[in-house]
Design a protein around this ligand. Structure first.
Ligand SMILES: Nc1ncnc2c1ncn2[C@@H]1O[C@H](COP(=O)(O)OP(=O)(O)OP(=O)(O)O)[C@@H](O)[C@H]1O
Length: 256
């Protein structure tokens, strides 16, 4: 089966000469949930920004290739790739700018030419998936941070992406909102790539983790195996929260 996301030999240096990625390979199959782990400055955001062409060899000095469902990352495919790869940025306010939740969630599909009842259905389906249907007429800036994060996820789901990329989805959420978002993400029928420093969240949601460190993939395997590899963890500044031991998590509660 062709991977839904294929990154091969991706290298990238920013215009100031700083090389952030060195020959990164990442293949993700449809339906997988993969965590992208790594210390600050590892290159995670740089990699994510290549997945829908925000960064490319033209924005700096790069090599290698990215393709989505077999579509190569070329200018002519960019619009289609951006529809297929939905990125939820860390700050929901980067994605919410309209006067109502309905307008924000409808903005992307309306740009694709969807209108009327079909548009309303897309919007309400996406809001229902994140448990925010009752908030459709509220101004986004009147919502709490956790509610805005869920609406930001809905803006991306409304585009019916093939791959949902989430940058630090659990950051700044209270424990209840963090749990609710985990339940929502677990229930979605979409391929997920999740950048996170929240290692228990990765273990709970993603069967597979890829570790990026100093611009290179240094591990790619079962999240449980990554988090219990003490030498790997300390070599790449990955630290479990105090009191959290993955070995004490019942194996049959881990995602498959
Ligand atoms: N616009 C830029 N110009 C030059 N260097 C940059 C730029 N953006 C990022 N970098 C550098 O590229 C490297 C990778 O940064 P990146 O933001 O991809 O890391 P990250 O893994 O997402 O880190 P974090 O966990 O802190 O968000 C870092 O050394 C960073 O300083």
């Amino acid at each position: 089966m062709t991977p839904v996301l294929e990154v091969d030999g991706l290298s990238f240096a920013y215009p100031d000469g700083h090389q952030a990625l060195f020959g990164v390979d990442l293949h993700v199959h449809a339906g997988e949930r993969v965590a992208l782990l790594g210390p600050n400055g590892a290159g995670k955001t740089t990699l994510v920004l290549h997945l829908n062409g925000i960064l490319s060899a033209e924005s700096g000095d790069g090599a290698g290739s990215v393709s989505v469902s077999g579509l190569a990352m070329h200018k002519k495919n960019l619009l289609e790739i951006r529809r297929r790869v939905g990125i939820v940025f860390q700050d929901p306010d980067d994605q919410l700018f309209m006067g109502s939740v309905r307008a924000d969630v409808g903005f992307g599909p309306a740009n694709l030419g969807i209108k009327g009842a079909a548009l309303e259905r897309r919007v309400m389906d996406a809001l229902e998936q994140v448990g925010m249907a009752d908030f459709a007429d509220r101004p986004p800036h009147h919502l709490s941070f956790g509610q805005r994060r869920r609406v930001a996820v809905a803006t991306v789901l409304a585009m019916e992406p093939e791959i949902l990329v989430l940058d630090e989805p659990s950051s700044n959420l209270d424990p209840a909102s963090r749990r609710e978002l985990a339940d929502i993400l677990r229930g979605l029928d979409v391929t997920v790539l999740m950048v996170t420093h929240d290692l228990p969240y990765a273990l709970e949601l993603c069967p597979r983790s890829v570790v990026l460190s100093a611009g290179r993939v240094v591990a790619d395997g079962r999240t449980y195996d990554v988090l219990t590899d003490d030498a790997l963890m300390s070599a790449h500044r990955l630290v479990l929260p105090w009191g959290f031991d993955p070995r004490s998590v019942p194996i049959d509660s881990l995602p498959r």
